[in-house]
Design a protein around this ligand. Structure first.
Ligand SMILES: Cc1ncc(C[n+]2csc(CCOP(=O)(O)OP(=O)(O)O)c2C)c(N)n1
Length: 866
């Protein structure tokens, strides 16, 4: 197995360019004669594509501008124009073009092959929502999912008006958009999402439009490599369309400054065959999508999609027919060069609109207030000749539409294949086959790595779910001690002969962005995955997670999307055990960081777990894999550590989310003078040791309760989170008036913000929080604790101080009890506190002199006398 390689790696597989080492650069872009392809279709088919496109462009402009008169059956007035002109036009015609041609391709291939292929459409420039909503309305998907917008005159008026209108469709594609599988606000991850959506779906092709501005983002730049993790035998294909309209909001794009040779070199280097489809002006451009150059481009686009489809099928056939898969297949891609603001007004008051960033958003912003602009808008809308594409005859209305039948000649016949209807985009969830986690538990007292315990469970998940579950990991599976899964699976990199074509479930790329995007695409189309990572670096995907959660929240608010598996992150190699990698790897995720990120999500969707041993770890991962529609974050340690709880105890503890650890508390934790709370494995271990120190010194005179919190959000304010403790539950763990010391793995602020609203049941002055405080260096594990004041000596000293202050001011302790207990604790408190502080200094000195922790530190904490 690759992980235990005892032989040198196989030689690098030569690229296909190696067969033509002397080929001139100009031969890199794919050459084809569009007529050869389009001659095969009836002329009506191309007319139908053009009609779909022009109508979609019209409806797109209408959505941006009109609150009434959507059909333009009377003269346009300023009153017809919306008060707020929202949405983006510039990218629209290119997007609608790609959409119309994808639908037409499905139709053609269905006619040729007998069954229409299954495709998904992913819109990178999600700000161009009107351009996608329009064809969705034409194909019937809007009316299916939103019966308030029927395919009749009133429905269309309403559909146009309610774009970017309170209560209507938002300005960016999102979960409310049929067929959509990504949040279209934050640019950059459409390409990766498209790749995730086809993994383990051999029959599926996802067409994705990537904006040329979007292509400048880090997530997109890295996602071009995604095909290297796509085995054409087990997975489908992605057809990227890079939309080079040359401009972003107010600047040229990088691809917009590159010639065809430069672009071919770049994308050929990523491993693609590049086909250019270009708008080549023939004289002055007309508005309305009806100039000769438009028709030429349509022919080229149709032919190029046919070519791309054929190339995809060639690669898949070679891999699937039992013959020899093509090494390093060069997947097709299309670079579409179209002018920004295509089909729109070319200039206004001497200002260039067409082919300029000025048309990025709304080209005629004064259309409501200025007569000239309003008249220009009217000419523009009319230029699409949409009136020729409506058919209000009774026969047509009976068919359930108001659109000319010509339009349907370029749409998939099978409704389920129309891009807004594809089931995989909205209702494909199937639960995993999962075994009872308790079979994967450990004996109390054993030393077991929490991550190895999780890997043990995941191994079984992989065996039971060979096609629906993947691990997306940034090159750290072995380092994170999750490599036990390699007993049943492999990595999945297709350019490495050692891991190609083996059905591996481990998808490892050193790009957290790509992993996140793949996981999203994979999950939103019905499958399951986990994302383990070094704790220090998961924050890289924080904004993507936030965007994804927005998608999920809105998905839950639609009544037509089914559930999706939760996204489950496993953060390990935490700051507490990054003493060897040093300060750069010591992050509990700086604010705003990953725990903070998850805590800031809509609370009903967020879950944060800090398992405290191997058994709680297995219980938590099993729970997370069963869950739906959440963002689960598990933060755990990877070093072998004692199993504190039996399987049964772990189950009870995880159900409660937090409980008293009686075995480490005085008198089972009854009637405590102080509560020590551990959250996170190492932090809990220090709590257990601090309790042991106090017990050793004070016996039962000082009543210490140890609490562990495994489910962080039990501490959330009541009513804020489904897991939040109610007041009785909170008081049960933290009796009123008793000092509490939290030893928390994350940042103090995270915990403080959860506890802030507990003012009634708590009284915050009796709490102290010790947590990671950005102190660290290359040192020993215990010295890391000391740097952050989360060590046992500090906790014991702090506990004693709080108890002393509390006991000396409590007036209800009287008589013998006062003389005995208070006297014996308080009288010795100062001397013991000084000793603990001294001991800490001794331990730090020992670490500095020997590069190891004092042997006493590693001793197993003693159980309380029972
Ligand atoms: C990550 C991110 N940064 C910035 C923006 C703001 N923004 C919205 S549209 C846009 C320009 C996009 O250009 P491009 O991808 O080429 O799309 P198109 O020109 O087709 O509209 C920008 C920068 C964003 N949405 N996401």
């Amino acid at each position: 197995m690759a992980d235990n390689a005892d032989a040198p790696p196989p030689p690098i597989v030569p690229s296909q360019y190696a067969q033509h080492p002397d080929a001139p650069l100009s031969s890199l872009p794919v050459q084809l004669d569009p007529k050869q392809y389009t001659a095969k279709y009836p002329a009506k088919h191309l007319d139908a594509i053009v009609a779909n496109w022009r109508l979609a462009c019209y409806l797109g402009v209408a959505q941006i501008f009109l609150q009434s008169n959507a059909l333009m059956q009377r003269k346009l007035t300023k009153d017809d124009v919306k008060p707020r002109l929202l949405g983006h036009f510039g990218t629209g015609p290119g997007l609608s073009l790609a959409y119309a041609h994808t639908q037409a391709l499905i139709r053609r291939k269905g006619e040729e092959e007998g069954a229409e292929p299954k495709m998904i459409f992913v819109t990178g420039p999600g700000h161009g929502a009107p351009a996608i909503l329009s064809p969705l309305y034409i194909e019937g998907a809007i009316s299916k999912f939103y019966p308030q917008y029927p395919l009749n005159e009133q429905g269309l008026e309403k559909f146009v008006k309610y774009f970017s209108w309170p209560g209507g469709f938002p300005s960016h594609v999102n979960a409310e958009t049929p067929g959509c599988i990504h949040e279209g606000g934050e640019l950059g991850y459409a390409l990766g999402v498209a790749y995730g959506s086809v993994m383990d779906r051999p029959e599926q092709i996802s067409v994705v439009v990537v904006g040329d501005g979007e292509s400048e983002t880090g997530p997109t730049a890295t996602a071009w490599h995604s095909h290297k993790w796509l085995d054409p035998a087990e997975s489908g294909a992605v057809l990227p369309i890079l939309h080079v309209n040359g401009f972003k909001i107010s600047e040229r794009t990088i691809p917009g400054t590159m010639d065809n040779i430069e672009l071919s070199l770049l994308y050929s280097g990523y491993g693609y065959q590049v086909r250019f489809v270009e708008y080549k002006a023939q004289g002055e451009a007309h508005m309305g999508g009806n100039d000769p150059a438009d028709r030429v481009l349509h022919e080229d686009m149709a032919a190029s999609l046919d070519w791309a489809y054929t190339e995809i099928r060639k690669i898949q056939k070679a891999a699937r027919s039992g013959g020899k898969p093509i090494d390093k297949p060069r997947w097709p891609m299309i670079i579409l060069r179209s002018p920004k603001g295509w089909t729109g007004p070319s200039s206004e008051h001497g200002k260039q609109l067409l082919n300029n960033f000025a048309s990025h958003q709304v080209p005629l912003p004064d259309a409501k207030t200025d007569d000239e602009a309003n008249a220009y808008l009217e000419r523009w809308l009319k230029s699409y000749e949409a009136d020729k594409l409506f058919d209000f005859s009774e026969d047509n209305l009976k068919r359930g539409t108001i659109f000319d039948q010509l339009l349907y000649e370029a749409l998939p016949k099978d409704m389920e294949r129309r891009l807004g209807f594809v089931k995989e985009t909205y209702n494909a969830y199937k639960p995993l086959e999962l075994d009872d986690w308790k079979k994967y538990g450990y004996k109390k007292g054993e030393d077991v790595s929490c991550m190895k315990a999780i890997a043990g469970y995941l191994t079984d998940v992989i065996k039971r779910n060979p096609k629906d579950f993947r691990i997306f990991s940034p090159d750290e599976l072995a380092s994170n001690k999750l490599d036990g899964v390699f007993s049943v699976t492999e990595r999945n990199m297709q350019w490495d002969p050692e891991t190609a074509h083996k059905g591996g479930r481990v998808t490892e790329m050193l790009s957290e962005h790509s992993l996140q995007a793949w996981l999203q695409g994979y999950t939103l189309t019905g499958r399951h995955g986990v994302f383990p990572s070094y704790e220090a670096f998961l924050g890289i995907v924080a904004t993507m997670t936030v965007q994804y959660t927005k998608f999920m929240k809105m998905a839950l608010e639609t009544n037509w999307r089914g559930p999706t598996a939760s996204l489950t992150y496993i953060e390990t190699s935490t700051w507490t055990r990054q003493e060897h990698n040093g300060y750069s790897h010591q992050n509990a995720r700086s604010e705003p960081g990953f725990v903070s990120t998850v805590l800031s999500l809509p609370s009903q969707l967020a879950r944060v777990y800090f398992p405290s041993d191997a058994n709680t770890s297995v219980s938590v991962i099993a729970h997370c894999l069963r869950s739906k529609n959440y963002i689960n974050l598990i933060v755990g340690t990877k070093a072998p550590t004692p199993v504190y709880l039996s399987v049964e105890e772990a189950e009870r503890h995880c159900i409660a989310g937090a409980s008293v650890w009686e075995n480490y508390s005085v008198d089972k934790g009854v009637d405590p003078d102080v509560v020590l709370v551990g959250i996170g494995y190492e932090l809990t271990e220090e709590v257990v040791h601090a309790a042991a120190l106090l017990r050793k010194d004070f016996g039962t005179d000082l009543r210490v309760r140890v609490v562990n919190v495994v489910d962080l959000l039990v501490l959330a304010p009541k009513g804020d989170h489904p897991h939040a403790l109610d007041e009785a539950g909170f008081n049960s763990l933290f009796p009123p008036g008793v000092p509490i010391i939290f030893n928390y793995h994350g940042y103090a602020g995270q915990l403080a913000s959860l506890l802030f609203d507990r003012k009634h049941s708590v009284g915050r002055s009796r709490m102290r929080i010790f947590a990671y405080s950005e102190q660290g260096t290359t040192t020993t594990p215990f010295a890391m604790m000391c740097c952050n004041n989360t060590d046992r000596f500090n906790l014991a000293a702090e506990a004693l101080e709080m108890v002393t202050l509390n006991l000396t001011t409590q007036h209800n302790i009287t008589g013998d009890e006062k003389r005995h207990r208070v006297g014996s604790v308080v009288a010795r408190a100062h001397e013991r506190m000084s000793f603990y502080k001294h001991k800490k200094v001794v331990m730090m000195r020992y670490a500095a002199e020997t590069q190891k922790d004092h042997p006493e530190i590693g001793e197993v904490a003693t159980l309380a006398e029972q």
